[in-house]
Ligand binder design. Sequence first.
Ligand code: FAD
Length: 424
Amino acid sequence: MYFELDEAVRDNPELSMLKTELHKFARDVMRPVAKELDEMKPEEVSAPGSPYFKVMKQMKQNGFHRILVAEEFGGELVGPEAYCIFFEELGWGSMGLATALGVDLLPSAVMSLVGSPEVIDEVLRPWMEDCDNNYRGCWSVMDPDRGSDYITAMVESDPEYLGTKGFCRADRDGDGWIINGVKSYWTSSAPCANWALTHPLVPPHESPMDLGAAVVPLDLPGVTVARGIDKLGTRDVPQGEIVFENVRIPGHYMLAAVPEMTAYMIRMILSCTSCAIAGMSIGLARAAYEEALRYTHERIQGGRPIAEHQLTRHRLYLMSEKLETARYFTRAVTKNVYDEIFVKRTFLQSTPHALMAQAYAKQRAFEIASEALQLFGGSGIMKETLVERLFRDARCVMIEDGTVEILGLASIDEALLEGTYTWD
Ligand SMILES: Cc1cc2nc3c(=O)[nH]c(=O)nc-3n(C[C@H](O)[C@H](O)[C@H](O)COP(=O)(O)OP(=O)(O)OC[C@H]3O[C@@H](n4cnc5c(N)ncnc54)[C@H](O)[C@@H]3O)c2cc1C
């Protein structure tokens, strides 16, 4: 375990205890299951009874699914420091399974912030009470023709020029909505989920930013979910396409259908996911760093453990510098995002900083995982070493929730739009 620089965390017994408990869960439950799932075929990962469901059920029994919902709706808001600790420890255990929890949190978090009393009573409260993993969420955003454009459209004054409006749309049908279209095969957890938070185009269906936000039960007639794609990394969280064919949802499942409101909501969601993914990336980076520390103290070359060579110590230093800067920048950003969204409910969080924290932490995690593998030499490419999987996972994360390039671009565009930076 690390020396905790932040006194607010180090001297807080509750946070220290939370960290210890989460670390135990990550080490004893997540790590072995992640290894097992990594070696399975995608259809085996998402098959009923797979270890994926067992670990998700344990997360529910521990109440992890309540951390973004206020007490008044049956949740247990944990605060920004705990939010960072959560995702760092779970990311240390497994990037894929931490992502699975992250996407499961989103439908309920958004329902708690903007849902009607009807949807809160009918869906959110039983979701919060669930300890058997009966409610399994995912977040399907991207369309087959629309990936990065979802993020860049958010900061375009004239998003029409992008041309891509996506394949998924919702039309009014009496007091409900009919959804048609496809959400692309990247949706994390979709093959195992039974609820999706999704964003179809809503009337007037003209601009790529005419987006709504709806919760959709995936067992409704007309919904087809693919079994899962075979992929390079984060193999312990299945990803799959969702097809909607004339799927009718009641009006209260559409949480937002006014494009101006959805634009705020997408910024809010991306800010939350950015902090979570930055936290998970720090956990992954720490796991890789610890492996590198251990191996360089065990492996003897040049007559002594390689950690005793000056060159190696400098490489270890550079890894720790990246890890520490990513961690404390992410914590500062998360404090702002969490407080503005969940405590004050102003939705005035600094989205440019959130996107920057995500891009920064993901890049540092990839560099640290890559350097850890390099320090392992030939042993690093063997399937049986943890660094091999961490490297593959870190590579995938550079694309998850927005590529690092597009997150950076959106961060600076949004900062210029908001006037985040000025000059004398
Ligand atoms: C592990 C993982 C988990 C994911 N989970 C989910 C999920 O739960 N739900 C979901 O909806 N999606 C999910 N995704 C999808 C992810 O958000 C997209 O893959 C990502 O946003 C990139 O979109 P794309 O794949 O369509 O790539 P594209 O947008 O086609 O980008 C291709 C390349 O072009 C570059 N590029 C794009 N636009 C521009 C531009 N304007 N200028 C210059 N360069 C540009 C990009 O940086 C990239 O290098 C996940 C992806 C991964 C890898």
